[in-house]
Design a protein around this ligand. Structure first.
Ligand code: F6P
Length: 367
């Protein structure tokens, strides 16, 4: 009987539990045994009780749960070969040769590295008699499938990552709440949102809440110009009778010289130049926790099912797939190509080649 393990890694994202549930139940439906690796790569390295079989009923109610119930951790030892050797031994001892990893680009890179190391690791385990020759012969190949779980929506080759829309909803709710108090006092609010080096949450939140101004990493504010532009726009809106001003700033927002633009910088400007009574709200982890929205439950379920199908269809020759969604269709993309593209975007931003960054992230919307 094929044994498939699922794990979550990196920052948690709403919908990860729905993905684990879908993998477990569909694997069982397809006649496989499903396992969960607890605490991300840490659990893989520790083994033992950290790798547990999942029965159909074990994931009951998980569709609507936020965070990740099987845990996640930042694991240093998996970055070392010795850690990966222990992880390989633990998987083989449990009879597992297929791993579905739900996480961001860092977690998925780790998974693919594990796969490319695998034959050497198995050989070493066989040579040192840590596993039997029979075990080595049975487990020469490791199947890796990636599911992208991240609120940042920063992975190339897929339109949306699991968790991004839930986070966006949470931000919108928060900005709506802020709006009523802002109107009452006729105040300005600078709202900082997450996203690491990606401005997706900020742009979509600004669009969905009708914010006055937005700052993102992908389109850096022009040095020497943005201050006046923002102050003029906000003054004009006020003259038209607006009693609130909302500015959304991505945590990775920068200007055209790559200086970090902070919520406090913006507050200072609005207070001093536009004379607005201004407050800063950093939403923080409120936007990462909580129940997944309907879209994320649906996306995680469809992608979890496809991840199991991808495991069953994989051969030693096929590159590790990443389960994507493109134009509303669940798709398989080569995992490492998607990760490389994602890193290229970050490199382009670092080199101030913003046009290239936009083109790489989303060719259709580059203009
Ligand atoms: O990648 C998800 C994310 O929430 C980012 O938006 C944010 O920059 C980071 O993780 C925060 O990480 P931590 O939870 O370790 O503070």
């Amino acid at each position: 009987k094929k044994k498939i393990a699922v794990m979550t890694s990196g920052g948690d994202a709403p919908g990860m539990n729905a993905a684990v549930r879908a993998v477990a139940r569909y694997a069982i439906h397809r006649g496989c045994d499903a396992f969960a690796v607890y605490e991300g790569y840490e659990g893989l390295v520790q083994g033992g009780d950290m790798i547990r079989q999942l029965a159909w009923g074990d994931v009951r109610g998980w569709l609507a749960e936020g965070g990740t119930l099987i845990g996640t951790a930042r694991c240093m030892s998996f970055r070392e070969r010795a850690g990966r050797l222990r992880a390989a031994k633990n998987l083989i001892s449990a009879g597992i040769d297929s791993l579905i990893v739900c996480g961001g680009d860092g977690s998925l890179t780790g998974a693919d590295l594990f796969r490319s190391d695998w034959p050497g690791l198995v050989q070493e385990l066989e040579d040192t008699k840590a596993i039997t020759v029979e075990q080595a012969n049975l487990y020469r190949h490791l199947t890796i499938v990636g599911l992208v779980g991240s609120i940042d929506n920063d992975m190339s080759s897929t339109d949306v990552t699991i968790g991004a829309f839930s986070s966006l909803h949470r931000i919108c709710e928060a900005v709506d709440s802020i709006s009523s108090t802002a109107i009452s006092h006729s105040r300005a609010f600078v709202v900082e949102v997450m996203g690491r080096h990606c401005g997706w949450l900020a742009v979509l939140a600004a669009l969905a809440t009708g914010a006055d101004f937005v700052f993102v990493p992908e389109r850096p504010a022009q040095v020497g110009k943005w201050q006046e532009e923002m102050c003029n726009a906000l003054s004009a809106f006020r003259k038209e009778g607006k009693r609130k001003s909302i500015i959304i700033v991505a945590e990775g927002a920068i200007d055209s010289e790559l200086n970090h633009i902070t919520a406090e910088d913006i507050k200072k400007l609005l207070s001093e130049r536009v004379h607005l009574d201004t407050r800063v709200t950093t939403l923080g982890h409120v936007q990462r926790g909580g129940v997944p929205c309907a879209y994320d439950r649906m996306l995680a379920t469809l992608q979890g099912v496809d991840a199991v199908d991808a495991v069953l269809a994989s051969t030693p020759e096929t590159p590790s797939p990443m389960i994507a969604i493109n134009g509303n269709k669940i798709n398989r993309k080569p995992l490492m190509e998607a990760v490389k593209l994602t890193h290229k975007v970050a490199d382009a931003i670092e080199k101030k080649d913003f046009a290239a960054a936009m083109e790489l992230r989303d060719p259709e919307f580059a203009d």
